[in-house]
Design a protein around this ligand. Structure first.
Ligand code: CO
Length: 134
């Protein structure tokens, strides 16, 4: 069901410093920061030949990334995003299998404007999973 790895998201306490580390130390192509108020994050995209890394910094009071950073003050891998062809069909299959789909199971527009869903980390070996309709 899942296809390509769309991105790995890393929560960071200092987005400018993290972007500079990827740009200057790792020599990566790094986008300008973009605010995503609906998701409570400011994002920088690191473009790789075969995938992306997204650096996430909390935006606003109720950012889900703020709680993550409280537990991991230096930053850390926040989620993996896999592509699916049909997000509604993917959701139905996951629910039927007993997996917990967050946010009531209604897809929302993600960072790339495509519908996304998040799956509970406890059902996936401690990793928050994002599905994005490709
Ligand atoms: Co993501």
């Amino acid at each position: 069901m899942i296809g390509r790895l769309n991105h790995v998201a890393i929560a960071v306490p200092d987005l400018a410093a993290a972007a500079a580390r990827y740009r200057e130390t790792l020599g990566a192509r790094v986008s300008a920061p973009r605010e995503e108020p609906d998701h409570g994050v400011t994002v920088v995209f690191v473009e790789l030949a075969n995938s992306k890394v997204e650096l996430l910094q909390p935006l606003g009071e109720s950012s889900p990334v703020a709680a993550f950073l409280a537990r991991n003050p230096g930053g850390g891998i926040h989620h993996l995003c896999f592509e699916v062809a049909d997000i509604g069909a993917a959701r139905d299959r996951l629910v039927a299998a007993g997996a917990r789909v967050l946010g009531g199971g209604t897809p929302r527009p993600g960072a790339h404007g495509r519908p996304v869903l998040f799956l509970h980390p406890r059902d996936f070996m401690g990793t928050l999973i994002e599905l994005e309709e490709a």
